[in-house]
Design a protein around this ligand. Sequence first.
Ligand SMILES: O=C(CO)[C@H](O)[C@H](O)COP(=O)(O)O
Length: 232
Amino acid sequence: MHAAEQVEAKRNAGYRAAEEVRDGMVVGLGTGSTVFFAMERLGERIIREGLCVAGVPTSYQAAIRARRYGIPLTSLDEHPELDIAIDGADQVDPALRLIKGRGAALLREKCVCDAARSVFIVVDPSKMVDTLNAPVPVEVLPFAVEAVSRRLAALGADPVLREGVKKDGPVVTDNGNFIIDCDFKAIAEPGRLEAEIASIPGALECGLFCGYMEKITVIVGEEKGCRIVSLH
Ligand SMILES: O=C(CO)[C@H](O)[C@H](O)COP(=O)(O)O
């Protein structure tokens, strides 16, 4: 898929997800380029249909975009249960397990995914894989970065501290933490790996999302239209 076709696919997925939002809903707003299109369409619907909604942003980026599109913002504290969340993903497997976190927003994204009654994942076709094999980002407490790196290496990863672009030194997340990218190659048991990473003190969250397949619907945008994948 060429770059222009990929943008169209993302647009189609995002626009389709925005149609799932109903009047009065509180919506988790994920981070990344595909969710932007959902926010754009949601903003249009707010103006056109007088839709009354509120969004819980998963990052500064999501908050800035939502404001630009006129989506009123609220917080997870105000709304610990969300009607719906719309988010992107880096990889999706046939069991609807995900790798997320290219944008370093995985910690808040998992909180929002957990809090939402239904979750719409918007992707282009390149994200659909048979076996998850992308590097898994892990958000790490800076105090424990070396200790956590050793534990991740012991699990078989090749841990790399994520470096900033246009910033010297490590990426600092919106929560003030670091990101370690862990290449495990093909991941045979993603759920087990997620649990093993979660057991490391100082590893605050990882980009494997394996426990949400029941409530996830994946919208795969294509050049023309989209395809819906769900297990329910
Ligand atoms: O997990 C994420 C950010 O932490 C993104 O949702 C994921 O990287 C997909 O982004 P994009 O839609 O730009 O491909």
